[in-house]
Design a protein around this ligand. Structure first.
Ligand code: MTE
Ligand code: MOS
Length: 776
């Protein structure tokens, strides 16, 4: 590892905003010099921590004998619930996530104690030597188990409008159906990790791979029994988070900190892949049931939709995630008479958590399934039925939760994509191919996306920033957002460079730290750039205003006459280099640092009824996917993908394109490849890449065309951009429906029942069911 990667002499474009600027860490990633927590030089005396895990899904702990653990060579300390000075909990919303189980275990892999040793191997080996006796209790593993046992983490919620049941009874057509969709492991390249370094007088400094440094700070402080101002959490970057580090880093940060606090030595806890998959929550799997009434065009008149989710053993973010599923169960479609009921089941499995889309994909897959089934029932082009149901104009612009859709562009995206992808011509060609091909069948599908931007928990929509300008004119930027590969740091730096009119190379991006910007929200809900971009813009404007007042006074001009551009400040014939201005301002005793703050306007939603305006705006997209399936093996191959995605006035088109491509591929993994299997005892059988298949390069189609729509956001976001992190994930719903279309071409008629993920087994079963006319 070379100490310093060569800086490439890429010209710095000005203004930086809206330009294709590479990710600030790209050269370091390529050179292998980007530091993740495990790359940090290890402090002297570092201890390595491993966790003892429950072997049972639901059991009373009768005894724990840790003598063999303590006696293992190299072991320095063992920490159990009895050793926690503060609160034994890291629940982010509800206090139901013990750090170490006391008398009850509720999932296989639940943490029981921490062991600290001189080496990681010793800690891991010692952790396995605990002798635990359990009294097993009946375990609720599946959604069906939870439904039967009436087991919930939170009470059900319902959104209802019009007369769904009455209209269903009189609708010209009526169809019922069901759909199960699996969960998804985050499979971030960097697993969960924390290194806790004890300071003087009870201080703790934690390097942590988390999307939510402030929450980790708060929960660790609470566990240590200290005020928040003793704990600093620092995150330079994550090797991916995808929602999996929104709440679930806290357990590991707490365990490392408890060890560090007790021993006075630094302590690091890094999970290996298997432990990470077993011990951390995943995307919620859902079961969906529907009863829909519609007319001969497939236009929905009434819908009664039930969403059931497996939340796992604790509440975590399941409330907000299931709310978001409800908020996306309309997708782009006007549902005049609608009842949506959402069940949040408690099971004895790991607590499920945020994952890109945060319930949105599940709600959207549900309604897309309904619309697709209607189309197959009527024997019509699914795209025509989708069109017939789109939001549009007065009388058809109100969501089930009462928010008016004012910025709808899905109709025009579908029009553009239908022609640019040659959808109709390809449909005809596919029909001809299928007629001549007995074994291989092709399918194509086009689906739209409408995704609401803002945390539905309204108070989270706030952000802060701290900007420092040094006397050489260089700028240090800090804000509450975290970098997980999405390019947030680069985007925010672009915004700040432009406020000062300086090159991006003059703005230094620094690690997110709770002692620089306090009380931040998680970097989540795709709102990172919206929130932190605006807070940083405000901080930079504060400093620029001070500089303007100062230099305008010297020059005897109005501050509004000044221009900050190309590293200079000018007004008429006056000009000064930005660095010189800063130095003069310093000598004139003008403050060169400022904080900035931003809170999203206009949003307001009732958290019980879910009625209101949860979102500031919507981001839109549309995709056409084409697949081929082998009706003898159930294998599928994605042949071609065409995407049109709405980024508003993109802050950085090349980064946004990366987000769209990555999100589509990750969504395709969820719906086609990645299968989580728990056995009857609640053990996760798919806990390594050997048994859990994420997309690889070979799964990306040869034709993968992404076009960005860059029309300005109608709302006043930072430079009129739109959030992009999650919305394109749901473009992959088109791939799943393309498989359904191919299955339909294998024979039979009517809706295709195919649960997700559409693995070869499921595709084969769906094909066989249609060919034998049994239905699934
Ligand atoms: N992109 C990369 N490369 N790595 C990630 O972990 N997380 C996604 C998305 N894109 C993620 C990513 C998720 S779940 C969210 S909410 C957003 O990025 C968060 O970042 P943003 O708010 O800055 O878009
Ligand atoms: Mo993303 S699931 O909101 O971290």
């Amino acid at each position: 590892m070379s100490a310093r990667p060569p800086r490439s002499p890429t010209p710095v474009p000005f203004p930086a905003t809206h330009q294709n600027i590479r990710h600030d860490s790209a050269p370091l990633h390529v050179a292998g010099t980007a530091r993740y927590v495990d790359d940090m030089p290890e402090p002297p005396g570092l201890l390595h921590v491993a966790l003892g895990q429950s072997a049972k899904a639901h059991a009373r702990i009768l005894s724990i004998d840790l003598s063999a653990v303590r006696a293992y060579p190299g072991v320095v300390a063992v920490v159990t619930s009895a050793d926690i000075p503060g609160v034994n909990d890291v629940g982010p919303v509800v206090a139901d996530d013990p750090i170490f189980a006391e008398t009850l275990v509720e999932y296989v892999g639940q943490s029981l104690f921490a062991v600290a040793a001189e080496t990681r191997i010793a800690a891991r080996a010692a952790a396995r030597l605990a002798k635990i006796t359990y009294e097993e209790l009946p375990a609720i593993i599946t959604i069906a188990d939870a439904r039967a046992a009436d087991s919930h983490v939170l009470p059900p919620k319902r959104v209802e409008r019009g007369d769904p049941l009455g209209t269903l009874a009189t609708a010209p057509y009526r169809l019922t159906g069901h759909l199960a969709m699996g969960g998804q492991d985050h499979f971030y390249l960097e697993g969960q990790i924390s290194m806790a370094i004890p300071g003087e007088d009870g201080d703790m400094h934690i390097l942590c791979s988390t999307q939510h440094p402030s929450e980790v700070q708060h929960l660790v402080a609470r566990a240590l029994g200290r005020p928040d101002n003793h704990v600093v959490v620092e995150v330079r970057r994550m090797g991916g988070g995808f929602g999996g580090k929104e709440t679930q880093a806290s357990l590991f940060a707490a365990a490392a900190s408890l060890v560090a606090d007790r021993t006075g030595r630094p302590a690091k806890l890094r999970l290996d892949r298997d432990d990470d998959m077993v011990m951390t929550g995943k995307r919620h799997d859902f079961e969906v049931a529907y009863d829909v009434g519609f007319d001969a065009d497939g236009r929905i008149l009434a819908l009664d939709l039930t969403l059931e989710s497996r939340c796992g053993m604790s509440t975590d973010l399941s409330g907000a995630i299931n709310d978001r599923a409800v908020f996306h169960a309309d997708n782009c479609y006007f549902l005049p008479n609608i009842r949506i009921t959402s069940y949040r089941y408690k099971t004895h499995t790991v607590s499920n958590t945020a994952f890109r889309g945060f319930g949105g994909p599940q709600g959207m897959l549900a309604i897309e399934g309904v619309v697709d089934d209607i189309a197959h029932h009527l024997g019509r082009d699914p795209l025509a039925v989708r069109r017939a149901n789109l939001y549009g104009g007065p009388g058809r612009d109100l969501t089930p939760y009462g928010m008016k859709v004012e910025d709808f562009i899905a109709d025009s995206l579908l029009d553009r994509l239908e022609s640019s992808s040659a959808y109709q011509a390809r449909r005809t060609a596919i029909a001809a191919f299928n007629a001549a091909s007995p074994v291989l069948k092709r399918g194509i599908a086009c689906t739209p996306v409408k995704f609401g931007i803002s945390f539905t928990t309204s108070f989270l929509n706030q952000a802060g920033a701290l900007i420092q300008v040094y006397t050489d004119g260089s700028v240090l930027l800090n804000h509450g957002g975290t970098e997980m590969g999405q390019g947030l740091y680069t985007k925010v730096a672009q915004v700040v460079a432009d406020v000062f009119g300086i090159g991006l190379d003059r703005v230094r991006i620094t690690a997110t730290r709770t002692d620089k910007v306090p009380n931040t929200s998680a970097t989540a809900a795709s709102a990172g750039a919206d929130l932190n971009g605006m807070a940083s813009f405000n901080a930079a404007r504060t400093i620029r205003d001070r500089l303007s007042t100062f230099i305008a006074g010297r020059w005897g001009v109005e501050p509004s006459a000044l221009s900050f551009a190309h590293g200079k400040v000018t007004a008429g014939e006056h000009a000064i280099r930005f660095d010189d201005l800063v130095r003069q301002a310093y000598l004139a005793r003008i403050s060169l640092s400022a904080t900035g703050f931003y809170a999203t306007p206009k949003i307001d939603v009732d958290k019980e009824t879910l009625i209101g305006r949860p979102f500031y705006y919507f981001a839109y997209g549309a995709a056409v996917s084409e697949v081929v399936i082998d009706t003898l093996t159930g294998e599928t191959k994605l042949l071609a993908v065409d995407i049109l995605h709405d980024c508003g006035s993109s802050l950085n088109p090349v980064l946004d394109r990366g987000q769209v491509e990555g999100a589509y591929v990750q969504g395709m993994g969820w719906l086609i490849l990645e299968e989580l299997v728990f056995d009857a005892a609640g053990r996760l059988c798919t806990h390594a890449p050997s048994t859990y298949k994420i997309p690889g390069c070979g799964d990306i189609p040869d034709h993968f065309k992404v076009d960005l729509v860059t029309q300005p956001n109608r709302e006043e976001t930072i430079h009129r951009s739109k959030a992009v992190g999650e919305p394109p994930f749901m473009l992959a719903i088109s791939a799943y429906h393309a498989i359904k279309a191919a299955v339909a071409a294998a024979g039979g008629s009517g809706p295709v029942t195919l649960d997700a993920p559409a693995t070869p087994e499921r595709v084969l079963m769906a094909v066989r069911a249609r060919q034998s006319g049994t239905g699934v």
